[in-house]
Design a protein around this ligand. Structure first.
Ligand code: ADP
Length: 604
């Protein structure tokens, strides 16, 4: 059993290949349900096309025996005209069928894509930190395209072939039951190679998809902006190429094996299929020559024509089994994702408070990323509405983990966090997140304009709102100095902006959001003092009147806070005001002497 609260798959689960079960088929078919009207239309088109497709073969008997044999020219012309008309009609119907099929398939994959996107968006921060981006993208793109073709081709092909087969069999038995039985005798031979090929294909499909993930991952890692930077600076082009080339070569191998697996199979089928007509000539000839049967030459020709019409669907149905196996592997991969439980769930009856005043408290909070390794232990503190708390401590102490718990990027594993006295897990998730503004060191900007990035916080903001927010964030003058002003493109992940500029965009975003709670992860040393001052000037008025928690590194921020909390190894070891903490002579005093003071001197 997968651990239900961990939103990712273990290798062990991935290795356990799922089987084709009735449940799986039912689930796949359920995606067809909304389109039942179109499906009925397709079925009708398929049935008509199948019957019309067989008619010319059946008419051949009459053309040979009655028209040519009976030397009846007008019957000959009529029969030929009918046969031609039927062929044209059946092709026209096939076009309609194709259109409907692709319409249905496109709509189904549209539904699945939307469902998958929505579901993946409910996945926790943990899911995105633990899963490879390549894997997520492949499932969203090529896996879904793969099953789209199942719906477009496989399903309809099954129906078309079953109908054609049935009609062909009926027609054959009507001509001569002995010859029909002879034709049928060969069918079991078709199924022998199918089973083995199915198994090999299943394995190869899975392998090929996993290889595809790997390649996508390598591409994502090495061809992204930051990835390429790393590669270049460490001169690792050759190493990355070798890694890529190896995966690429493996993919080639798998693909060749995959296509050969089908090829041997098709060769065997075609040999069995060519034996059929010979047998019909032999038995038909015997019946006519030796046993004076009433069979005619026309009958035998019809039988051979129908035989071809019968083996084609049998052949197709057999190789469809291979396609089905292939698509099942894809469906299974998609369902694996759709079945991942949502880790951070909204309460069943979430509270929607009228107003959030911002009293925040941690009560004996425990938290770990991995159950085997406890991180936060017994964290308790309180920040009253409008007050500020500075968190200090060595790197790796758990400071970021503490703040990530507040907007529920992760849930506590023990104790609770309350907002205005209510457990945050009972508050509506959207309301909770709306009431928190977070400015982190790693600012994410979309590749768009400054305006678009700002509007992300509040799509209804007017130009005046934007300008006001940017003024407050000390960003307005910088933006005006750009050739395109607010329409300046920030580049991939905002890389065209400096660290300080990005943080100020992020502060402007928070100002536009105007939340009662502010969480700020102060930059450590990446910023020069001018940028720092610009940010500080923007932050100071923002903090006033809001509940704020700041992971602080600079003495001025720490001293400005209403209270200070010192964290080490996931525990609160000291708390209080600057003076008292210095006098205590504990870790805070140590940090003060070695870091904060130094930073202050550097700034001076
Ligand atoms: P700080 O902000 O004080 O530097 P963090 O809260 O970032 O500390 O990290 C605390 C510990 O948790 C570190 O040992 C870090 O390796 C670990 N950690 C942080 N994020 C994750 C994660 N997503 N998964 C697993 N471990 C993590």
């Amino acid at each position: 059993m997968p651990r239900p609260n961990r939103g990712f798959l273990t290798d062990e689960e991935k290795a356990n290949k799922p089987k084709i079960t009735l449940k799986l088929i039912r689930r796949i078919t359920s995606y067809l349900a909304p389109y039942w009207k179109q499906i009925i239309l397709v079925l009708a088109a398929i049935a008509l096309a199948a019957v019309f497709g067989l008619l010319p073969a059946i008419l051949t008997g009459r053309i040979i025996d009655e028209a040519i044999g009976g030397q009846n020219l007008s019957l000959l012309v009529n029969l030929i005209l009918i046969a031609l008309g039927v062929i044209v009609l059946s092709n026209l119907i096939s076009i309609l069928e194709n259109y409907l099929n692709s319409w249905i398939a496109q709509h189904i994959s549209y539904d699945i894509r939307n469902k998958m996107f929505t579901h993946i968006q409910t996945m926790s921060h943990r899911f995105f930190t633990n899963n490879r981006q390549g894997d997520i993208i492949t499932r969203m793109t090529s896996d879904i395209s793969g099953i789209q073709s199942t719906f477009a081709n496989t399903y309809s092909s099954i129906i078309r072939n079953v109908i054609t087969l049935t009609v062909a069999l009926i027609a054959m038995f009507r001509v001569n039951w002995i010859l029909a039985l002879v034709a049928l005798a060969i069918v079991p031979l078709f199924s022998i190679p199918t089973k083995r090929v199915g198994k090999t294909r299943w394995m190869l499909t899975r392998q090929s998809q996993e290889q595809n993930d790997k390649i996508n991952d390598i591409l994502n890692e090495t061809l992204s902006v930051s990835g390429q930077l790393l590669v270049k600076l460490f001169n690792n082009e050759q190493r990355e190429f070798n890694r890529y080339e190896k995966s690429n070569a493996r993919m080639v191998q798998i693909n060749i094996r995959e296509s050969l697996a089908g090829r041997w199979f098709r060769a065997a089928l075609s040999i069995f299929a060519s034996t059929g007509p010979m047998l019909i000539y032999l038995v038909g000839g015997l019946l006519m020559i030796r046993y004076g049967s009433a069979l005619t030459i026309g009958d035998i020709i019809v039988m051979v024509a129908l035989l071809d019409r019968m083996y084609r669907p049998v052949n197709a149905l057999m190789s469809i089994q291979v396609d089905i196996v292939r698509s099942m592997a894809l469906f299974t991969r998609i369902f694996e994702y759709l079945d991942l439980p949502t880790e951070i769930k909204n309460a069943e009856q979430p509270l929607v408070p009228d107003r959030i005043s911002g009293d925040l408290a941690f009560e004996h909070v425990q938290f770990d990323y991995d159950p085997k390794k406890a991180l936060l232990r017994d964290i308790s503190f309180e920040v009253k509405s409008g007050h500020s708390l500075a968190i200090v401590g060595p790197s790796g102490a758990g400071k970021s983990s503490i703040i990530n718990l507040i907007p529920r990027l992760y849930d506590v594993t023990g104790g609770k966090i309350t907002l205005d006295g209510t457990d945050i897990r009972e508050i509506d998730l959207a309301v909770l997140r709306q009431s928190i503004g977070m400015v982190t060191q790693d600012t994410y900007l979309f590749n768009g304009t400054i305006r678009e990035n700002l509007m992300y916080a509040n799509p209804e903001a007017t130009d005046d709102d934007l300008i006001e927010a940017c003024r407050k964030a000390n960003l307005h003058d910088f933006i005006l100095a750009q050739p395109d002003g607010y329409d300046t493109v920030v580049g991939n992940r905002g890389l065209k902006l400096s660290g300080g500029e990005k943080q100020r965009v992020s502060i402007a975003r928070v100002i536009l959001k105007d939340p009662p709670i502010l969480i700020f992860d102060e930059a450590t040393s990446s910023l020069d003092s001018i940028s720092e001052n610009l940010i500080q000037e923007a932050i100071d008025p923002l903090i006033r009147g809001r509940t704020s928690i700041i992971i602080a590194h600079r003495l001025s921020t720490i001293m400005a806070a209403d209270s200070i909390m010192v964290v080490r190894d996931g525990r609160v070891i000291e708390a209080g005001r600057h003076r008292d903490l210095v006098n205590n002579g504990g870790l805070y005093n140590q940090l003060y002497e070695t870091q904060f003071k130094l930073a202050l001197e550097n700034q001076a």
